[in-house]
Design a protein around this ligand. Structure first.
Ligand code: HMG
Ligand code: MG
Length: 297
């Protein structure tokens, strides 16, 4: 098993898409550049979704156009349909992230269509993104719980993940959208999903509603998952997932990984400074996950 971890920073997208203060384009650009500066190389920088649905992401094209990513970096962006694919392919986005859910109700609330209709839309996005030499990440939301339906059967997750994988997604990101998952459930989920999808093609996308985020990440790591999503300062949430809180904090994940002997290539002290800066810029109180300096050894 490799000791390299692919740390995917989703703060600029998941962290800001639900942000009531609607941060400016300049703040978003500064945030992403600073995250690159702290050593992160895989950053989900925005979403080419409908501005009627998520106004906070309306300036994603401008944000992404202004970025100066270091060599070897990967910029990801959410793309829900062909209308979103066009600007994504015209941008420096290297990875198109499509998204659907294992819950019918969440699919309807988040994308205004059934899971089957969403997969049909996604299929054409994936085909065109691959033809344009882009990587494709496929998110499955509500992999354990749904804010509307409650617990979701593992078999529903497997079915959707397999369809995304079969249509050509390079990576399947398992989204614990409302942070309902606990380690035993992540274990059972991974056991089922890896029946048909190699563990090396799976990412874990944890939200931290019940403080289970880091435990779930550790469970996934122990299972062999090496692609981990997180958000600086634990920002995050989905406007269509009421009650969900932020993603697991990047600072916490880096601290965990270093202790496990896994290389991240990031500067934890700088990440904590960025976390404090962005909370201040958003007018948010510093959460418990923010502002921790590296512990003296
Ligand atoms: P719809 O209303 O059914 O679509 O929405 P429509 O085709 O009828 O279009 C409605 C309007 O939006 C039209 O504009 C379109 O032109 C425009 P109007 O004519 O009314 O002025 N439009 C677009 N504009 C820009 N870019 C586009 C686009 N598409 C349509 N791509 C749709 C369907 C899928 C578009 C909508 O439901 C949507 O954008 N949903 C996205 C919701 C979202 O972004 N949620 C958060 C991200 S998912 C998440 O957070 C979970 C994740 O983190 C993993 C996890 O935690 O589980 C990834
Ligand atoms: Mg999310």
């Amino acid at each position: 098993m490799t000791d390299q971890v692919r740390l995917v920073e989703v703060g600029p997208r998941d962290g800001l898409q639900n942000e009531p203060s609607h941060p400016t384009t300049e703040i978003k650009i500064e945030l992403i550049q600073r995250l690159f500066g702290a050593g992160l190389r895989h950053i989900e920088a925005g979403a080419f979704v409908s501005p009627r649905w998520v106004p906070q992401m309306a300036d994603s094209a401008a944000v992404i156009a202004a970025l100066k990513p270091p060599a070897g970096s990967e910029i990801l962006a959410l793309v829900p349909n062909e209308a979103g694919l066009k600007p994504a392919l015209a941008s420096q986005v290297g990875t198109v992230a499509v998204f659907t859910a294992a819950s019918e109700t969440f699919s309807q609330r988040n994308t205004n269509c059934s899971i089957a209709e969403g997969l049909t839309r996604i299929r054409s996005v994936v085909e065109q993104a691959k033809a344009a030499n882009r990587q494709v990440r496929g998110y499955v939301s509500c992999v354990v719980g749904c804010p509307y339906e409650g617990r979701i059967p593992v078999s529903s997750v497997v079915r959707v993940a397999e369809e995304l994988f079969a249509m050509g997604c390079d990576e399947i990101a398992l989204g614990d959208t409302n942070g309902a998952a606990r380690p035993a459930e992540i274990q059972a989920l991974l056991s089922a999903v890896t029946g048909s999808i190699p563990v090396g093609r799976i990412a874990i996308h944890a939200h931290d509603t019940y403080g289970m985020g880091i435990a779930n990440v550790l469970t996934a790591l122990e299972y062999g998952v090496r692609s981990i999503d997180s958000s600086v300062a634990g920002l995050g949430g989905c406007p269509y997932a009421p009650g969900a809180t932020g993603n697991v904090a990047t600072e916490d994940v880096v601290y965990l990984l270093e202790g496990q002997g896994l290389a991240t290539g990031t500067d934890l002290d700088e990440l904590t400074r960025i976390g404090a800066w962005i909370c201040n810029a958003l007018g948010r109180p510093l959460g418990s996950r923010v502002g921790k300096a590296r512990l003296a050894t």
